[in-house]
Design a binder for this molecule. Sequence first.
Ligand code: PHE
Length: 340
Amino acid sequence: MATDLIRELDDLAEDARGAIAAASSRDELDALRVDYLGRRDGRLTAVLRRLGELAPEDRPAVGKRANEIKEEVAELLEARSAEFGGEPEAGPALDLTLPGRRRWLGARHPVTQVVDEIYGVFRDLGFVRARGPEAETDWHNFEALNTPLDHPAALPGDTFYLDDGILLRSHTSPVQIRTMLSHRPPIRILAPGLVYRRDPWDPSHAPAFEQIEGLVVDEGITMVDLKATLGEFARRLFGSGTRTRFRPSFFPFTEPSAEVDVSCPFCESGCSTCKGTRWLEIMGAGMVDPAVFEAVGYDPERYTGFAFGMGPGRIAMNLFGVPDIRLLYEGDIRFLEQFS
Ligand code: PHE
């Protein structure tokens, strides 16, 4: 009896070797595994069920042979599975002593974050976005803005000229001119963009930086509209308790003109951001000079307006405590990734 069962087992092994060698897919191998080694209905199990028919002293030899065959068949199945792109071997590839991998997150540039926030506030106040070219004519950049070409700002010492009469715009104010030339009032625009100046590359200057221009033109616009709009803007950007201060100033294209300060959002009694003055200067502004309306063909008797210009880079430096403007423009990932 025992020898019968051992012969059956040897036949079964022989069958299995042939079938495994002939298998041509992973699915076939899986089916063979069930067929030969399946715990409930597998062929090996069927033979082992008959161990009970043997005399007790014969059982170990048959059991031993059955185990050998089981191991052999399992190994053959494993080896052929690997040929069909089997699961990677678990084990040495996983090194639990390695430090974990941090997922790297991109971040919007701090100046972009501030521009988006400022634009969001003015959009809610009814402004639309406008844009103009970075290579401008000297007429749009200076003369139409009531600034003669012998003004110091227009000289090649301060402004990058590309060609005769063509320059890299030194402020976003020429977008005022382009907008008024192509549209009739009422106008309510916000124009963010890069501007260029022959400035040194030092902690507080960069030769290219962002500005945001605003322009409102309609009948009956007064300085009250300017103050109310910029005051509301400051409260929405810096917090509801923010106060605004207008200091007399001069720009060729606005009259009267003002520098606009906001109460320092970071201190009660002086701090490093406002250098103890309690105020932060955030923009230049004023009522549009009638000479500018004349340059674009608007009737200065009928229309009035206000304009303002600010530097979101400087505002970002204040908001985020950035000590050197060059950090904003060097593209150093160690700096930029702090803003994610
Ligand atoms: N263009 C001015 C500058 O670059 C800012 C400004 C814009 C002032 C609009 C008044 C009105 O400094």
